[in-house]
Design a protein. Sequence first.
Length: 474
Amino acid sequence: MVLQVKPEEIKKLNETPSELFFSSLTVPATKRNYIASLKKILCEFLGQVLKGDSELINQQIAEYKKQKLENKKPYWDADFEVRINEFVRRAKADPDWAVSTLSTLAKKFNENMNDKSNPEFRSLGCVDNYFKIVKKLCDLNNVNLNWKGIYNNLPKTDEQKEDTRGYTRTEIQKMLEHCRNIMDRVIILLGASSGIRAGAFVLKWKSLKPIYFYKNKYLFEDYELTESVTKEGKFICGLIRVYTNTDSEYYAFITPECWKTIQEYKEKWIQDIGKEPKDEDPFFRKAGFAVRQLTKDGIEKRLLRVAKDANIRKPLKKDQRIHEIPLFNGLRRFFNKENKNSLSKNSTLASLILKETQMGHGSLIQLDKSYFKEHVEELIEEYLTAIPNLTISEALKKEAENLELTKKLSESEITNKEFQEMKARLDKIDRRDQLQKEYGRLQKLIEKSIKEKNEDWIELRLEQKLLEEELGEL
């Protein structure tokens, strides 16, 4: 049979600019973010530049009034698709107009970024994303623009460093103490132990699998997890298929600590719903006794509430427009830091590629992504070395370090220096546990002394201060 392209088939590919853009977004979370950002660009930032369709806008306004709804956005978006098509059409007809328009917008952002007291201030990362989305729209529709000239109007990265960081282990521990329910704990431990992006939290139950080590093999596929494997094999960690069935799919992993919490969450699910979750059921569901998907925004609200309760997410100070710790990304940064600080038996480059792959980042060298997809065991083994660093509970962290130490000793792969370093870390954890217990005992005595109105509490408080200093050193 001769391969031929028919004329009618070519016509079917003749999509509008908006249709091309929407169809290119296969990951639900990415699609929501890209559409929201492009709406802001075309309907707000360029609201007076593009004509749009006033009739559609008037209909939208009338509908809001009829239903007594409030438009919380500073713009109307009923003509969003019209504006996409208009922008692409004008950019194709007059590329200089498009470059001038986007360059002017870039300069506006630059002015705002120089004055952080301005309520319109936006971070460099946010601005970069806006232009990245417009470039994608143009590339999809064969609109060739001088992007170098446009980007020259944006501030340089080294001139606009954001003073942000990830959560510390202590801060994550504090957040776990302020969780109101088991779902809150799962959200925090899932983010800290896997490093997945905010949009990837919208999971289904089928996306999470246990990994067993059985007869020198790592097994996690449904057909591999037989009764003998789950009974005789050793559970080592959990696996997440992130962005399942999309071009962006990759494997992330979770610690035994997180997996144990997920099992507790599953038990609570069964109590509420009356049956085990199905593969296609949403992993995070809305409150109540029905199975309804909890959105990314819903998950974010839960995390924000915990961060506020733990006094970690504080109100912004005057002239401050960015929080020191990004809400979701703070967990991802913790993962990235602790993962990369973990020892690896691989070469520096191989280890870095594996760790970046666990973050869902693009390839560091050509073809490595397809290679590592065929060698999931390498990703698993790389992750196993990071489990002690990614475990939040001090007791479970110590247990994980002991297991790692035992494994290294049994394989005769540990040097005397490594042994001494690991032993020192374990000794520190033991000492910290002792000090924390003594601190708690003194606190009870102080409270009792104050209640009985004697002055013993002064001496007890001095002892407590000494403990605080030693704990700070550890």
